[in-house]
Design a protein around this ligand. Structure first.
Ligand code: XIL
Length: 449
């Protein structure tokens, strides 16, 4: 081979290397934190928090930098919120909500009813005494946090492991098979603005347990039992089901949102890949609202021996962190269209370029409604927005969250609050309101600035 030819090949491969580097470089608008990157995809990225640890400044600074949603790891469970029957304790839960609000984060509520972490007084009850105590618990806790919770895990882990696809035996289950729907109805009445989720584990693919849940959700949707979302805990080992995404999608196709709610993955050669796979699946399913990891640093984890989180015990970003961030940034900013569902109607005012657009999704029942409005920036960032909604006559707004309204009837203007006025180009944010009468039928108008 001549010297000239060798040089040419060397030059060409050099160019290829440069081209390759350019192709994988993040675009100018790529998010540099999990919360920013997820927001560009219209998703939240959350973490479970031990409220008592918020005074650890290393812990708090990672949370405030990286996450846009918080869930209490333990502080909103039954034993924490109602330690004695009828005596409620919301100090830690309230602190978590304040921390979230002060930092522009939404809150997942976890969990209203569960067979585990029940106060001892509830463990000792059965039959109708337990049923009414449970429904009272749902009502009181959901009412206390009314308007502050993005999504509630109304019922946690009610299905059995193993091949049957049936319910888990528990004191709650023994009060009657309808305990789950009774809980959802009570939660809707107490906080009509929160999305109501069923949450479980070992549901990370199409299997007997996830199919049992799927069948329940389909039944709830067909009978009008108020359910809005399904949480997939995703406490994963060293592998992941090949149909993880397909499973999320089949639930979404029932007309519910899906959320990854307690993600952690055993450390191993595959950890970063598994995190990437879960992230990719959520981005690919338009009704996947967001991902929550179950803790911040490995040392904070309930599975700490398995080092399953995105930050090491010193708070350094792990490979898994980079894998998640890259997946969130892949393909540039986008905002998935909300998928229509049988009980949800949507309308929008598409407006390419600058400005903003708003999409309303309605959950209605006789005499009332809850509207969730997604505000999406055009190709330029938005700094402040107002969405104007026309209500039919006889309808009125009774409360709003993540926006303040001017007027309650007719043409009602919703202005951003302090933490959600800025939206990245093509990014989005959500607010909501509830009202009496019928929800808006006409197209909302979004005005930037
Ligand atoms: C775990 C917490 O992380 C621990 O601190 C606590 O001791 C037990 O509960 N599924 C759930 C979570 O829904 O509430 C559990 O959290 C983990 C499994």
């Amino acid at each position: 081979m001549s010297v000239k030819r060798t040089r040419l090949i060397a030059l060409c491969s050099g160019l290829l290397a440069v081209a390759g580097a350019v192709a994988v470089m993040p675009s100018a608008s790529a998010g540099t934190t999990l919360r920013a990157a997820a927001a560009e995809k219209g998703r939240y990225f959350g973490t479970a928090v031990a409220t008592s640890r918020l005074s650890d400044s290393a812990y708090a600074s990672i949370i405030n930098r990286e996450f846009s949603s918080l869930v209490a790891e333990n502080d909103m469970k039954w034993d924490a919120t109602e330690p004695q029957q009828g005596r409620f304790s919301f100090t830690n839960g309230d602190r978590l909500v304040s921390h979230a609000q002060a930092n522009g984060m939404t809150v997942r509520g976890h969990a209203l009813l569960w067979h585990a972490q029940q106060p001892s007084w509830a463990q000792g009850l059965s039959g109708s005494a337990l049923r009414s105590a449970a429904i009272n618990h749902v009502t009181q806790v959901a009412a206390h946090f009314r308007g502050k919770i993005h999504s509630w895990d109304v019922v946690n882990e009610a299905f059995a492991d193993g091949g049957g696809g049936g319910r888990r035996d528990s004191n709650l289950q023994r009060t009657g098979n309808d305990w789950i729907e009774a809980a959802f109805r009570a939660a809707r009445a107490a906080d009509p603005g929160a999305k109501l989720c069923y949450n479980d584990y070992n549901t990370d693919g199409v299997n007997a347990k996830s199919t049992g849940i799927y069948t329940m959700v389909r039944d709830f949707k067909s009978r009008g039992v108020p359910i809005d979302c399904v949480g997939f805990q995703s406490h994963l080992g060293t592998g992941i089901a090949s149909d993880y995404q397909r499973n999320l999608q089949r639930f979404a196709d029932l007309g519910v949102d899906v959320q990854i709610t307690e993600l952690d993955v055993a450390q191993g050669s595959n950890q970063a890949n598994i995190y990437a796979t879960v992230t990719r699946a959520c981005i690919a399913v338009s009704r996947c609202n967001g991902i929550t990891v179950w803790g911040v640093r490995d040392s904070d984890s309930w599975r700490r021996d398995e080092n399953p989180l995105l930050f090491d015990s010193n708070g350094n970003k792990k490979q898994a962190y980079t894998a998640v961030l890259n997946e969130l940034n892949a393909g540039g900013p986008s905002s998935p269209p909300p998928s229509p569902s049988p009980s949800t109607s949507t309308s929008s005012n598409p407006q390419p370029g600058g400005g903003c657009t708003a999409t309303v999704s309605l959950n209605s029942w006789t005499g009332g409604f809850v509207a969730t409005v997604k505000v999406t920036a055009g190709s330029a960032p938005v700094n402040g927005w107002t969405v104007t909604v026309s209500l039919p006559s006889g309808s009125a707004v009774t409360s709003a969250w993540s926006a303040t309204n001017t007027g309650t009837t007719g043409s009602v203007a919703f202005r951003n609050v302090s933490y959600n006025g800025g939206i990245a180009a093509a990014g989005s944010t959500e607010f909501g309101f509830q009202g009496t009468g019928n929800g808006p039928a006409a197209t909302p108008v979004c005005q930037a600035g």
